[in-house]
Ligand binder design. Sequence first.
Ligand code: ATP
Ligand code: MG
Ligand code: MG
Length: 549
Amino acid sequence: EPTHVTNFVRNIVEEDLRSGKHQSIVTRFPPEPNGYLHIGHAKSICLNFGLARDFGGCCHLRFDDTNPVKEDVEYTESIKESVHWLGFDWGEHLHYASDYFEQLYQWAEELIRQGKAYVDDLSAEEIRSYRGSLTEPGKESPYRQRSAAENLDLFRRMRGGEFAEGAKVLRAKIDMASPNINLRDPVMYRIIHASHPHAGDGWRIYPMYDYAHGQSDAIEGITHSICTLEFEDHRPLYEWFLDNLPVPSRPRQYEFARLNLTYTVMSKRKLLQLVRDGDVAGWDDPRMPTLVGLRRRGYTPEAIRGFCDRIGVGRSDSWIDMSILEESVREDLNERAPRAMAVLKPLKLVIDNYPADRAEEFDAANHPQRPELGTRKIPFCRELYIEQDDFMETPVKGFHRLAPGQEVRLRYAYIVKCSEVVKDETGAVVEVRCSYDPDSHAGGAAAGRKVKGTIHWVSARHAVDVEVRLYDRLFTVANPAGDDWKQYLNAASMELLSHCKIEPSLAHAAAEERFQFERQGYFCADRKDSRPGTPVFNRTVTLRDSWAK
Ligand code: ATP
Ligand code: MG
Ligand code: MG
């Protein structure tokens, strides 16, 4: 389904193809494998893979794996799986920046030979203070004037593992007085005595992002290298390296506004902290904004792609309200999810005038607007469960559901009237007793009789007992920022219900099968914890936005 929503990047691509600047386009999605993908990454994935799809180009998946200490194969596997799940495919083009380490190294030597890079012995601390500030020019390092021969020798020995971490770095020799701090002799390589999850044991120096990224783009023939706005000030550096190296192609960098979403956090550092501190059950906890979390929650790839289309791609930073993401999944599931009845907090209802040995079945449509989804049989008998909230012993004004002496329609079945309330020794209502109107079912003589309320129910004899988790937003405030951001965690973000009653047709729900539980919301069979015959359901989203002000 090509999207027709245009944006400034699409306009650039269109113009480049129209003018003949490019015959075809190549984009890339370049995650660092240091965590799981989140909904912000989805924006970048949809943009990059969407451009390739819509303009007949291709999009590479490139692991930007230049920092071995934070990276892990656990993350690469999950990233690949999430991109596929979202509905995109890189075909032959799975790449690793670390596969270019040798070429990047050779190019670094090339810059040294040209007198455009040098080995610096200043400490990280000193480099920072020599760099100056927006109002103050930088100061040149005393090592800046080393000869090319000396620099080559030192750089080779850095590679050979001769020096301690932090003892030396390789820097580009650009301009310590540049108004753009990124051009004040940026670090290209640092010493890290660690082996690399993909490149193995051979390296003791590792390239910085700013040096690796543009050259990797050039090696892969990327035409449009799209990143977030924080990198706008890095663009002159991106171009400086391309200008000074014999690269095989000339990519261009474009920047767009990153996604900021309310009521959650998206920095990998904070997400990792939630996992490590046990505030959530893991990266795929259904409350997490990660793609694995959203998937377990019941979000569909279509809903996430629809969300990304809806929020668009622009050049000014802004916040998107969580309700927009929630509305995207609600709309998608409203279309596709079959309806079912489930009682989450059960209260027994006994129909005194219905024979104990009798059972019948009613037909129910699986979707009110989509007859092609068919119907199913719902068993009915003398003992049912209804929702505790659908009964009030002393009804408040306007309560049109069940109450002593009051009538209600049981969805797809009969009208019942409450005659008696049974309580336990603490005074809590444990059962309601009713009589039914035998002519009030569909097709009966009193089928059209109107009562004010209709409630859902399940047959006690046929119901299946399951666990349901009611998920809600992870934070109670729109922007959980500051040092004590965790104090805004929503204590009610998960409610575990262990004896819910579902209609028997749901007993064999497959993992990830999604339903609308009538009057409750959209639910998804958990892909980890469901067992054959006993699914576990996660609430994806309620039917209406309860957070709206
Ligand atoms: P974090 O700050 O959480 O570590 P990151 O940007 O460093 O995120 P990467 O793995 O480097 O994470 O991101 C891969 C790609 O996804 C980058 O091109 C980046 O621009 C994009 N991306 C990351 N976060 C967002 C976001 N919130 N909105 C849009 N794009 C994003
Ligand atoms: Mg990054
Ligand atoms: Mg990062």
